[in-house]
Ligand binder design. Structure first.
Ligand code: NDP
Ligand code: A1CAB
Length: 265
């Protein structure tokens, strides 16, 4: 099987690297094309991928076409390749906010389509991806595209109505969690650690905390209660964070993310 990526930016690269790490596909069976030759050609050379000169050439040569462009470019790209797609060729779209209805409309209702909402942790097979398939995606095509996403990490099938909410607490939340890690690290710098050491400490603590939630099956609140010794330091810190509005700030950030994403279609 050959998988063609139209758009080879941050998210498509994370997926490509995850697929290669999982040995899901040989590098030269991944075809790439994007807007700027100076962007996709060196990337293809570095990873042993196959470059195509146009989106249409890529579509002709691929068994599966992955749309990795930003939402605003999905329409021109699908218009460009619509005449080249064949009706058995699955299309996988990662574009935030672009619904299956809209993708079907842009491909004349012919195509098997999997809409996905991945995150950049896919590069390390530690992704979290939401999926929703249209009615045309069945049999071997459904099987293959589901294996494709499973190679990237955890997968959750859900109604599309939940995609924007999911994206806010997963796709975008990678940045929010890193923002928190960076905030911890800056606090460490305030108290004399170098940025490098503080970031390492904050990162390892975050990794261990995620691992502990997964392995213990406990809720975050249960672990918070364990860490907060009676009359101790952590409860003092938590209350100060809450006084500064941490929970509200996070929820407001998620609200804004969802609002933006639902405006994309
Ligand atoms: N970044 C993330 O964490 C996530 C992103 N997504 C979705 O992934 C998609 C891509 O986002 P992201 O990777 O961040 O964006 P980037 O800007 O990093 O990548 C966009 C890519 O599209 C290419 N491109 C632009 N116009 C065309 C065109 N006409 N034909 C072919 N390629 C074109 C660009 O080419 P060039 O490089 O040559 O300029 C670039 O490679 C979006 O729809 C986003 O919603 C979903 C979940 C998470
Ligand atoms: O910022 C964005 O629009 C994309 C969608 C989810 C993560 N990144």
């Amino acid at each position: 099987m050959k998988i063609g990526f139209i758009g080879v930016g941050a998210m498509a690269r994370a997926i490509i690297e995850g697929l290669l790490k999982a040995k899901f596909i040989e590098a030269n069976d991944i075809l790439v094309h994007s807007q700027h030759k100076e962007s996709y050609v060196p990337y293809a050379q570095e990873h042993g991928l196959t470059s195509c000169d146009t989106n249409s050439e890529l579509t002709q040569k691929s068994d599966v076409v992955v749309i990795g462009v930003v939402p605003g470019v999905v329409k021109p790209v699908l218009n460009e390749i619509a005449g080249t797609l064949n009706p058995t060729q699955p299309v996988i779209s990662m574009a935030s906010g672009i619904t299956l209805d809209r993708l079907e409309e842009l491909t004349d209702y012919n195509q098997p389509i999997l809409r996905i909402l991945p995150n950049v942790n896919s590069a390390f097979n530690a992704g979290m991806t939401a999926v929703a398939a249209n009615e045309n995606l069945t049999g071997d095509n459904l099987d293959y595209t589901m294996k494709f996403v499973a190679a990237l990490g955890e997968v959750s099938e859900m109604p599309e109505s939940q995609f924007a909410n999911f994206s806010a607490i997963s796709g975008s939340a990678v940045a929010y969690i890193d923002f928190f890690i960076d905030a911890l690290s800056r606090a460490g710098v305030k108290y004399g650690f170098t940025k490098e050491v503080a970031t390492k400490i904050a990162t390892q603590t975050t990794l261990g905390s995620a691992q502990s939630l997964i392995e213990s099956g406990e809720t975050p609140a249960e672990i918070i209660d364990k860490v907060c010794s009676p009359g101790g330091d952590t409860i003092a810190g938590l209350l100060a964070m809450e006084q500064a509005g941490l929970l509200n700030a996070v929820v407001k950030g998620i609200d804004a993310t969802i609002e933006k994403s639902t405006g994309n279609n």
